[in-house]
Design a protein around this ligand. Structure first.
Ligand SMILES: Cc1ncc(COP(=O)(O)O)c(C=O)c1O
Length: 478
């Protein structure tokens, strides 16, 4: 077992073996990287079967949302249809360059134009920028827009509020941009404490940032009162749209009173989240803020599309060129494929799945601090031995663990997403029940002290592993 992995391929190599590579094209090529590349590396010579098998076996050592449910709460690690990847990889999209003349990239501009319109329709905003490349980047863009709006009105507002359940990126975006951050308490129902919000909402406050449903997986029913409190004092209400996948087609942040919204296309709209791939956090605003959006924005002029750089109060660019185009194309295709009914069904199913898990797990003895309420697309459990539970689930059952210790200590936040089957939800629940029983057995805890029980490498030598990540070796067992 320990032989699997990188070492194997070095041992199997034999002089003269080779995998197939395409012949070089007949056009003149300049090897720009050549001078930087190390020469004379002792790389194994292996056949195509061997090299494919090598990567396959490496992949099998990993978990993947393609093979297993990945209920990492707040992160929306759902299965994304590869069809979207192939659509975005078509030559007409892939083989263009941002410096090309507008007249030669009309198709891509059309996609951007309509994506903007669809996002406006879904969120109730009046205009979007598609440039931000992540949720956190969308937050920064929204805060900059809010800041520019107050500056142009001659108002000096220096504080931004968010509830204690906010995702860590909210306070980080606030302080990165030089604003003061203040936390608003949640009440015993997990919602915003209105009295605390009212007390903190002074005329120094520019923005209140909120996710709804929040990171406890709860929809705050007092959202219209919240909007009133903020607007009465002249502030702006910001929607952290990372949880939009719970309300699409059911209600729109714009109709609830939000002024600025970011949407994580890489969570809700068919691009895998995390693992370092490109994302997109388009940011939308209500009518009075459209003039502050980053430039350029795409406009239609008769039957043609063009980039407009001329917005009176624009905050400028927030990203090179037009953003992560392939993510935008995948989102556009996904919205077209599902249509309004399909998008609504995504949210309904995501919410149904989370409630199914919450109710089943409650019946099996697990504790949900807000379990007397229906949850939205994710549910939050509390467990005394949360680290061990997650660890054993992944080790023993090859189940990816959910988010631990967020939004509170000892919490386990499960977001099953709409793409799972009832069987996989049941399977996960049974694994949790079994692991919970095992934790109560002192023998298992003792064994765990020694390292992993079920993986090929029981205890990773982290010190060596950091220095030479390709050659992680098992620590000598005593
Ligand atoms: C509630 C919430 N807000 C903001 C973000 C930040 O998004 P990103 O990771 O794209 O920066 C996340 C990420 O998962 C999130 O769950």
């Amino acid at each position: 077992m320990e032989k699997r992995g990188v070492k194997l391929i070095f041992e199997e190599g034999k002089g003269g073996r080779a995998a197939y590579t395409l012949p070089r094209p007949a056009i003149e090529q300049r090897d720009l990287l050549g001078t930087y590349r190390r020469k004379g590396l002792n790389l194994p010579q292996v056949s195509e079967r061997q090299i494919t098998g090598h990567y396959q076996s490496l992949a099998e050592l990993n978990f993947s949302p393609y093979s297993e449910m990945d209920p990492l709460g707040s992160c929306t690690m759902k299965y994304n249809p590869p069809l979207m990847e192939s659509l975005a990889a078509q030559g007409g999209f892939l083989d263009i360059h941002p410096y090309q003349d507008e007249s030669t990239v009309q198709g891509t501009l059309e996609v951007m134009y309509y994506l903007d319109l669809y996002l406006c329709e879904i969120t109730g905003m009046a205009g979007f920028t598609l440039q931000p490349s992540a949720g956190a980047h969308g937050e920064s863009t929204g805060i900059m827009i809010g800041g520019a709006y107050f500056r142009s009105k001659g108002e000096r507002r220096t504080t931004i509020l968010a509830p204690d359940s906010a995702h860590g990126t909210n306070p980080a975006s606030v302080t990165n941009l030089g604003f003061d951050y203040e936390q608003v308490h949640s009440n015993d129902r997990g919602w915003v404490d209105l009295a605390d919000l009212e007390a903190r909402m002074t005329e120094d406050v520019a923005i209140f940032m909120l996710t709804n449903p929040n990171t406890y997986g709860l929809f705050d029913p007092h959202i219209e009162d919240i909007a009133d409190i903020i607007h009465t004092k002249g502030g702006l209400l910001y929607y952290d749209g990372a949880n939009l996948n719970a309300i699409m087609g059911k209600c729109r942040p714009g109709d609830l009173g939000f002024d600025i919204v970011h949407v994580n296309l890489h969570k809700t709209f068919a691009t895998p989240h995390a693992m370092g791939g490109p994302g997109a956090g388009p940011t939308g605003v209500v009518e009075k803020l459209t003039d502050y959006l980053p430039v350029p924005v795409v406009e239609r002029d008769g039957g043609r599309y063009r980039l407009n750089y001329d917005l009176a109060n624009t905050i400028g660019r927030v990203k090179a060129f037009s953003g992560n185009i392939s993510v935008l194309e995948k989102a556009y295709a996904y919205i077209l494929m599902l249509g309004p009914e399909g998008l609504r069904e995504v949210s309904e199913t995501a919410v149904l799945h989370a409630n199914y898990m919450q109710e089943k797990l409650k019946k099996r003895g697990f504790t949900f601090p807000y379990g007397d309420q229906h949850c939205m697309h994710e549910c939050v459990m509390k467990h005394e031995h949360i680290d061990t539970l997650g660890h054993l689930l992944s080790e023993r059952f090859k189940k990816l663990q959910a988010t631990i210790h967020f939004p509170g200590a000892n919490t386990y936040m499960i977001e099953p997403t709409e793409t799972e089957t009832k069987e996989s939800l049941d399977d996960y629940i049974e694994a949790m029940v079994e692991v919970d029983k095992a934790i109560k057995d002192p023998g298992v805890m003792e064994l765990l002290e020694k390292g992993n029980i079920y993986t090929p490498i029981r205890k990773v030598n982290t010190r060596k592993g950091m220095a030479r990540p390709c050659l992680v070796e098992p620590e000598k067992e005593d």
